[in-house]
Design a protein around this ligand. Sequence first.
Ligand code: HEM
Length: 454
Amino acid sequence: MELSTATHVHPSEPKVSEDEELRAARRRLLNPTSAEFLQDPYATYALLRERQPLCYRPRSNAWVATRYEDAQAVLRDPCFGRDPEPTFEAIHGPGINDEPVVRNFNRMMIVRNDPDHSRLRKLVNASFNARRVLSLKAAIARIANELVDRLPASGEVDLMVDFARPLPVTVICELLGIPEADRQRFIDRRVVSERIFVPVPLTPEELAEENRRFLELRDYFLSLCAERRRAPREDLISDLVAAKERGELDEEELIAMIAVIFNAGHDTTVNLIGNGLLALHRHPEQLALLRARPDLMPSAVDELLRYDSSVQTSDRRALESVELGGQRIEKGQLVVCVLGAANRDPEVYPDPDRLDITRSGTKPVAFGGGIHFCLGAQLARIEGQIALGALLSRLPDISLPELERPEWSPSVFLRGLETLPARYQRRLDSGFDVAATARPTGAATKATARCPFH
Ligand code: HEM
């Protein structure tokens, strides 16, 4: 997400002739208030990728990269790293990094550079490797089946509320060890807002509310940690508490780790399910093929992650001046990698705007790259495969009334639907064969799901 608001005109700003079409695309780009952009960001991405693949934005002193090659290069190159503090200060003013909600974010592994990043990542890698994730298949299928069992026998439901959201929240709660009795509040609403990332200064009231929400969550996690310290269980919070006792992370890092795994572990996957269902129903021939051939589910989910992924951007700051795609990026500048645009780059994916669930070797950049490659990539894939498999096999005649103009959330970072109304006539009592549907794909299919670029 582009955060910086520093005003600075870069001397090597590319001299391109800008017609109205290009200017309009630049205005729409990553603009959450543009309904046109939210409905279809891909037309804007395509124009920029073709005409200005590295687009400089003087107001935020940031580059926007829309080509696959440039995005991958930035994510993998150690000349680029994470450094959110100056950005928060530029948006919200001095002292913002000392506020509890921002301080917690700045302690998360996702925004740390090495060696701290490696130290933290090592603590959780094993819990998300392919073997561990495969061992969860039956439990995830049970959760998916139970959610379908709870749907009415026929009628109209909101698939975001009744299925796409509760499934990943329940799975990540199981993994972390959040007790069943406490889960409903996490299913009902998002506990952490994205407000601190929006490049508009927080009002004192908003800041107080963000802090209040974070501190409430922190207190809840701290009390759970205290329980697990007294009586450890087979769960991730117990493992992290033990690591803290061994001095491998401090208390703030412990809470930040639980928070990043909790948040990253569900919002993204909720939207994989929602966006995936929408894309399949917009392409009835692909949907029919998948219903007929559930063995195609693993490649279908990879293609859906490429076609309309939930995480659209990932940014890095140049830790030193560096060349990228023929441009000089100055030390301290941000580069916003538009993963959604990279995933539709015709240099890598022939006919990129076509959804093709039989596409082979897709390797979407949806899970990022380099040292921050998604910790939960295998889990997300398996969850997506099981969720779509269970729903399509047990609701054989779903239709989506708002197929043409669905309601997208006003975020350019996380792409997802607010609601997904669906109608069906029949809910089958059984019929989902998890063994025929779900298996790991991608680079990390062997014994480990560690970042292939480490
Ligand atoms: C479809 C679902 C998902 C998508 C599209 C997705 C996408 C991503 C992306 C793009 C990144 C890199 C961010 C960056 O470099 O700026 C990332 C990192 C991360 N993801 Fe996911 N993710 C998904 C599901 C999950 C799940 C289920 C978990 C559960 C643990 C998870 C946990 C994480 C964590 C902890 C990181 C930070 C890794 C690090 O800094 O080393 N994600 N994810």
